[in-house]
Design a protein around this ligand. Structure first.
Ligand SMILES: Nc1ncnc2c1ncn2[C@@H]1O[C@H](COP(=O)(O)OP(=O)(O)OP(=O)(O)O)[C@@H](O)[C@H]1O
Length: 251
């Protein structure tokens, strides 16, 4: 098991944001988490990456207990997080953004004397190819399209060789074509990484959910199953009804 979670609970100001008795992920599994606003999806990823401390519970990554570790230590162990907000350096080229990400993996001291080796250059080109940005490696990141910026963000995380990738709403704001390409990219990445994706667009979920989908509601596990199981589950349909949001797009 790549990730295993038991009895995780966290409250904010007396309101329970998450109460999850069990969750597990296999290596190279791509899991999609859905659920309406406030279901606890981001809180869950925040706990896994060490950004939020739970009140109770255990998280095991490759059988190692990681609760209480800092975000940096957890990242070093191999958990990479891609947030929804952009974090690329807009004034740097795509290549330099990737190079910087690769440098950040090294210790501070060694990076002072860091020179990009042929091996590293090859790795940057390999990742650029994967994320579809080979032709724009020398472009300024700020000039990329929204979709390209998101792929660069994914590339930056991938360059750090995480065993587990946590990705918040990767297709938000993308065109249909960009969304589809993002889905194909995540499917390809799942050959080498465990991936947890939070997503709202059901057409996109259908494209990438080859295994289980986890549905959270009000901080609790509502149901887990194949895409077809959850799409036809009355509890899932009910939990979105009457909500003033556009989250269950294309259901
Ligand atoms: N730092 C915080 N302080 C106070 N309350 C918080 C904090 N983070 C999350 N919450 C609350 O915890 C609950 C779960 O929020 P969370 O953001 O995890 O849900 P979500 O499923 O990711 O929702 P969305 O799809 O809207 O992003 C919500 O009621 C939210 O208001």
């Amino acid at each position: 098991m790549l990730l295993s979670v038991n009895n995780l609970a966290v409250s904010f100001g007396g309101v329970q944001a998450l109460s999850l008795s069990h969750f597990s992920l296999q290596p190279q599994e791509l899991r999609v988490i859905i659920g309406p606003n406030g279901a606890g999806k981001s809180t869950f990823l925040d706990i896994i990456c060490g950004r939020t401390k739970p009140d109770t519970g255990e998280v095991y990554f490759n059988d190692r207990a990681i609760m209480g570790m800092t975000e940096v230590s957890i990242a070093r162990l191999g958990i990479g997080r891609k947030f929804q907000q952009p974090s690329v350096f807009p004034g740097l080229t795509v290549y330099d953004n990737l190079l910087l990400a690769a440098k950040m993996k090294k210790d501070i001291l060694s990076s002072l004397f860091f020179k990009p080796s042929q091996l590293l250059k090859a790795r940057i080109h390999e990742v650029a190819e994967k994320i579809g940005l080979t032709k724009v490696l020398s472009s300024i990141a700020g000039a990329l399209s929204h979709g390209q910026k998101q792929w660069l963000e994914i590339g930056i995380v991938v360059l750090q060789d995480p065993k587990l990738l946590l990705i918040d709403e990767p297709a938000a704001g993308m065109s249909d074509e960009e969304t589809y390409k993002t889905g194909e990219l995540l499917l390809e990445l799942s050959n080498n990484h465990g991936i947890i994706v939070i997503e709202h667009d059901m057409k996109f979920v259908q494209q990438i959910a080859r295994e289980r989908v986890t549905v959270l509601e009000r901080g609790k596990l509502l149901v887990e199953g194949s895409f077809n199981d959850i799409r036809n589950d009355q509890r899932v349909i009910d939990c979105y009804l009457g909500r003033n949001n556009t989250q269950l797009e294309n259901l």
